[in-house]
Design a protein around this ligand. Structure first.
Ligand code: AMP
Ligand code: MN
Ligand code: MN
Ligand code: MN
Length: 290
């Protein structure tokens, strides 16, 4: 292992988090200040299906003395399952990226209305209006906003309980949705100069065959990275996906997936380092760092 590689895996990079531009509760500026306070050296804001916060995030990162990579987290449907693909280091003005994300956001309004109708049937009235109070970006109403409303009404003690009881498959507020294709999402990212990363792979309920198909097709479309260390993984899962990264020849990413001081277990930058011997995604993105 080269000395250079050993050094670069210990960078405090946080390449996954959310602002009020999607389903986080802090502004890009508040996130940048919090990241800096926690020792982050390289940061990316990765709002769901949206890059409207990128300019503010880059400016805030620079004002704090941090390096910055553009970011987003694209919702994809693969094998009838929602998978998240993080894009890093792309050109945030690229028209195909902007159009693709806009189309991906497009179905959220109707989906939210339907979620509200289903919740009304189990006695929860006014969920759409209730969720809207928490929405920072009218194009990005998400299940997280419904979860905050259900906590507010006292129906559940926290957002995890809301997801368990109402907003996941088989539960009364769950509405299946078709997102972008894996191929489109990876191409929007790579053709705008970025690097595509499979987000929090341990979160998906795939069979071994389906997971193998996901990684194989992702690579075939030009995907080059996987999140190994994330707020969504246990230590054992990080070890497991470090092996997967080696097996598929993928670079490794690291990110908290921070959404809110009140909801997130993992704070910005407060994660184990990447295991040594892996290629960090930031090594492949050196010329995209701002
Ligand atoms: P959506 O894009 O509208 O389907 O919402 C997905 C978001 O819901 C994720 O990005 C998470 O922020 C949040 N989420 C999903 N599952 C859970 C869970 N079990 N507990 C808390 N938040 C969750
Ligand atoms: Mn989210
Ligand atoms: Mn995600
Ligand atoms: Mn996320």
């Amino acid at each position: 292992m080269s000395e250079n590689r050993g050094v670069s895996t210990i960078l405090n990079a946080d390449l996954h988090c959310h602002s009020v531009v999607s389903d986080g509760t802090l502004t890009p500026e508040e996130l940048a200040a919090r990241a800096k306070g926690n020792g982050v050296e390289l940061w990316a804001l990765t709002d769901h299906d949206e890059i409207g916060g990128q300019r503010r995030a880059a400016a805030a990162a620079h004002a704090q003395g941090m390096k910055y990579l553009t970011g987003t987290e694209i919702s994809v449907t693969f094998a009838d399952t929602t998978v998240h693909i993080v894009g890093l280091g792309f050109d945030a003005d690229d028209p195909r990226m902007l159009d693709g994300l806009s189309a991906t956001r497009g179905g959220r309004g109707a989906r939210a209305m339907e979620m509200s109708e289903q919740l009304a049937k189990v006695g929860i009235e006014g969920a759409y209006e209730g969720a809207l109070k928490y929405v920072g970006n009218p194009e990005l109403i998400s299940r997280t906003h419904f979860a905050r409303f259900l906590v507010e009404t006292g129906r559940c003690k926290d957002t995890s309980e809301v997801f368990r009881r109402y907003l996941t498959e088989g539960k009364p507020g769950y509405v299946p949705h078709r997102w972008a294709s894996l191929r489109d999402a990876v191409q929007w990212i790579t053709r705008s100069g970025g690097l595509a990363v499979i987000a929090h792979p341990a979160r998906y309920k795939f069979t071994p065959n389906e997971e193998y198909a996901l990684f194989t097709e992702f690579k075939a479309h030009g995907g080059r990275g996987v999140e190994v260390v994330t707020g969504s993984h246990t230590a054992a899962e990080a070890v497991r996906y470090a092996d997967t990264a080696r097996e598929f020849g993928l670079a490794a990413s690291r990110g908290s997936d921070f959404h809110s001081p009140d909801e997130s277990h993992t704070d910005l930058g407060q994660l184990p380092h990447l295991p040594s011997g892996l290629t960090p995604v930031w090594d492949l993105l050196a010329d995209r760092i701002q």
